[in-house]
Design a protein around this ligand. Structure first.
Ligand code: NAI
Ligand code: MG
Length: 353
């Protein structure tokens, strides 16, 4: 039978973005060969690159291409070059998240033995951590009405039942494919939105996912538990601002910022996948950036948007093997450049097959 064709949009963006997306594209090419798929790539402008070429950080044709894609892989946007200009690169990122209707931001973290000793925490605490954060992305205090007078300011925190339900379902579904545990984080002792959050999560659990183990945690004590016993968590589900803060806390538990992937998902349609790091202007254009965060983001794209689970797992296994062997970029103490690090992962994929 003819190979299935998947339409993948690449948004390289700024700084190290083009280098890390090129690395991930090379890995995806090898996966397509091994599994008999056709990945059709198209590159589009976003961020500073969009401003430089068209004056617009999110040209309309970029949005159209993303909406028509099977999956979208982004590098990074921004940098000092665009400071003080009237259009900002970040507008591109916020705009595309909105246009694609992305409401759940996923950030997985796994701390292997090799990475555990690079953590600022004790090895015994972080070794073996394997968790994923589901952060609601469209509601809460960041998007509520804002007021300002000379003597006061306010930010309104709003959540609808529907907004809570959709991210909750996504988190429970993922828990079924993992260790089957969800920790829902709120501030239900103080906030009405959190009391609604807890009610909705409890109901969805009882009605649709009773086989998953559910626990509720208050965000302040959760911040502490994540440092004391991070291995206890599997899926962490939370609202927008709490998730913003906790996911940065979690990102330092193991390894380097260059390693960590993320996914942003909507109801249907393609997701947007990107490393958590920024454009790293200090190392851009020098073949120094760690491509692993973007390569693992590409694996998440295969899993969540293209529904190619075996293909995703094989990228993740190759990355784990390469890191365990110490074949890394300088941020992890290794000697490889961006391209050589991607080649090492490609070799590991070939070795697995
Ligand atoms: P950053 O993540 O770009 O860099 C922080 C530090 O980590 C730097 O020392 C950098 O060299 C290092 N680093 C980052 N990625 C790396 C990689 N793949 N391999 C090795 N080392 C890596 O954060 P920073 O410096 O705060 O921001 C730089 C620019 O990126 C700013 O314009 C910021 O607005 C933008 N940014 C964009 C994001 C996005 O596109 N989603 C997210 C965060 C920042
Ligand atoms: Mg943040």
């Amino acid at each position: 039978t003819a190979p299935k064709t998947y339409n993948i949009v690449l948004l390289p963006g700024d700084g190290v973005g083009p280098e890390v997306t090129a690395a991930a594209k090379a890995v995806l090419g090898v996966i397509a060969d091994f599994y008999g798929h056709r990945f059709e790539f198209s590159e589009h402008l976003i961020g500073g690159a969009g401003i430089d070429a068209t004056g617009d950080p999110l040209p309309p044709e970029t949005t159209a291409a993303c909406l028509a894609a099977d999956g979208v892989l982004l590098g990074a946007v921004g940098g000092p070059k665009w400071d003080g200009q009237k259009r900002r690169p970040e507008e591109g990122l916020l705009g595309i998240r909105k246009a694609m209707g992305l409401f759940a931001n996923l950030r997985p973290l796994q701390v292997s033995p090799v990475l555990a000793h690079r953590s600022p925490l004790k090895k015994e605490i972080v070794e073996g951590v394997d968790l994923i954060v589901f952060r609601e992305l469209t509601g809460g205090v960041y998007f509520g009405e804002k007021t300002r007078t000379d003597s006061m300011a306010s930010d309104l925190c709003i959540y609808s039942v529907e907004e809570i339900e959709r991210v909750t379902r996504a988190a429970f579904k993922t828990a079924l494919q993992r260790r089957g545990k969800v920790t829902s984080v709120d501030k239900a002792n103080v906030m009405e939105t959190s009391r609604l959050w807890r009610e909705v999560v409890t109901r969805i659990h009882a009605e649709e996912f009773p086989q998953v183990q559910l626990e509720h945690a208050l965000v302040d004590s959760m911040a502490m538990h994540l440092i004391r016993k991070p291995r206890e968590y599997d899926v962490i589900l939370t609202e927008n601002m709490f998730g913003d803060i906790l996911s940065d806390e979690i990102s330092v538990l193991g390894g380097s910022i260059g390693l960590l992937p993320s996914a942003s998902l909507g109801e249907a349609g393609p997701g947007l996948f990107e490393p958590i790091h920024g454009s790293a202007p200090d190392i851009a254009g020098q073949d120094l950036a760690n491509p692993v965060g973007t390569i693992l983001s590409a694996a998440m794209m295969l899993r969540h948007s293209l529904e190619l689970e075996d293909e995703a797992t094989s990228i993740e296994a190759a990355v784990a093997a390469v890191l365990a062997a110490g074949a890394t970029t300088a941020d992890l103490g290794g000697e490889l450049g961006t391209r050589a690090a991607a080649e090492a992962i490609i070799d590991a994929i070939k070795a697995i097959h």
